[in-house]
Design a protein around this ligand. Structure first.
Ligand code: GLN
Length: 450
């Protein structure tokens, strides 16, 4: 029964959580109560789903792993939560992340460091590191995360689970704390592609509260599962097999691609010529949008408020000084810089133009292929602390995931094997990228590979 499931989950979480530390908080009593009345005839009836701490769940804390929101309680459910509940699921717990989803290792959380379940001296990836680690450590069957530049796919790859970034417009962001609004999407983590498809069925759809959510006919995202790869045209972008990536990761990904070919897929070499600009363009557009989105944290409306302010300006300045961590401040400074008069044309406007070129690269590719296959991350999970003092190196962790957000297309990371390192097995992820709104086919291809 769903109540038994919660009891089993509690046992598992209490056993592994001291090592993994994926959850910022969890409430078994509330989950048990919800389980008592769960309707198991519904698609996700009684299934507990872990929630990244950036998505509002009524009555629970929602901090985006920032001190800025310590003590904040959500007054409402995000649309994805309303939809999960309607499908019978039980939103469960708050999962750790990089502060305001800025990072690739979950080390930017103001509260705790989450560990990779395969080797607890290593990072789980980020920014949705808690969401990935909780699934990989078998603490919950599935979770929700958010992906602005790779934050679902990269931690899924490093933790060895499946992570899906839906196309821009597929899922409502109402109730998601905004990072970069032209890039953010909510998506699922699970152990299989099929489970991700079931979660997408639950959360997708038009929402009048998010004007970017698209009004499309209801689709069953499991409809193309269970097929094979015969005749499927898979594009291999030559720009995604670069010097500097881990040779063992590359070998695993190449082996997976050969398996796709052996299973009947037709491999097509393609070029996405503007790939080399993706990271630069992203860090202009994402920081610009973040600087605007984070202006609302002023010490008045939400969460943290500086003690005994001298005047209004002192209240703003000290609340933000004390509330935001250093990576968030770095992004705000970069973002306000690229938007400032005199630099706007040189950086922000130019980045928008190159973004269009990146999107067109994909459109041209999808004239020739059904999906693109490439690595998710250039590296294995790295040791905790290795890159914290080198932001540029950290930014390169998303080199293979960022372009999909800039183009608005959908992408999924599935496990494709392990590499041994220091006596531990570390997972490698294979990424499939689909045309915008082509999730059903993307999931079909990923499922066929799996
Ligand atoms: N790592 C990227 C960043 O720090 C992407 C984060 C994300 O997708 N939320 O911005």
């Amino acid at each position: 029964t769903p109540v038994d499931a919660i009891t089993a989950l509690e046992k598992r979480i209490e056993a592994v959580e001291p090592q993994v530390q994926a959850f910022l908080s969890r409430d078994f009593e509330a989950a048990r109560k919800a389980a008592e009345t769960a309707d198991i005839s519904l698609p996700l009836g009684g299934v507990p789903i872990g929630i990244k701490d950036v998505i509002n769940v009524k009555g629970e804390s929602c901090t985006a792993a920032s001190r800025m929101l310590t003590g904040y309680t959500s007054p409402y459910d995000a649309t994805v939560i309303t939809k999960l509940r309607a499908a019978g699921a039980i939103p469960f717990g708050r999962l750790n992340m990089d502060e305001f989803a800025m990072g690739s290792s979950t080390e930017n959380s103001a509260y705790q460091v989450t560990r990779n379940p395969w080797d607890t001296s290593r990072i789980p990836g980020g920014s949705s590191g808690g969401s990935a680690a909780a699934v990989a450590a078998l603490e919950v069957p599935a979770t929700l995360g958010s992906d602005t530049g790779g934050s679902i796919r990269q931690p899924a790859a490093l933790c060895g689970c499946v992570g899906l970034k839906p196309s821009y417009g597929r899922v409502s962001r109402y109730g998601l704390i905004a990072f970069a609004s032209s890039l953010d999407q909510i998506g699922p983590f699970a152990r299989t592609t099929k489970d991700c498809a079931l979660l997408l069925n639950a959360i997708a759809g038009r929402d009048p509260r998010d004007s970017t959510s698209l009004d499309l006919p209801t689709e069953d995202f499991t409809s193309q599962l269970g097929r094979d790869l015969k005749g499927v045209k898979l594009g291999i972008p030559k720009e995604y097999f670069v010097d500097g990536m881990d040779a063992r990761v590359r070998a695993k990904v190449e082996e997976a691609i050969r398996q796709c070919e052996a299973a009947g897929a037709e491999l097509v070499e393609i070029s996405l010529p503007h790939t080399e600009y993706a990271v630069s363009v992203y860090y202009i557009i994402a920081t610009a949008e973040a600087s605007a989105n984070l202006a609302r944290f002023d010490g008045v409306r939400y969460g943290k408020r500086a003690d005994q302010p001298k005047d209004l300006m002192d209240l703003y300045l000290r609340s933000r000084e004390e509330g935001f961590g250093s990576e968030v401040k770095r992004r705000i400074i970069l973002g306000t810089y690229v938007l400032s008069s005199g630099y706007y044309d040189a950086y922000y406007l130019r980045a928008q133009k190159v973004r269009t070129l990146i999107r067109r690269d994909f459109e041209a590719a999808y004239e020739k292929v059904d999906a693109i296959v490439c690595p998710t991350s250039p590296d294995l999970a790295f040791p905790i602390g290795e890159r914290t003092s080198d932001p540029l190196r950290m930014y390169l962790a998303d080199i293979f995931t960022i372009a999909a957000n800039l183009a608005g297309i959908c992408g999924i990371s599935v496990p494709c094997g392990f590499v041994e390192e220091g006596g531990k097995q570390l997972p490698v992820g294979l990424q499939f990228l689909g045309k915008s709104l082509d999730e059903s086919r993307l999931l079909g291809v990923a499922d066929a590979y799996e």
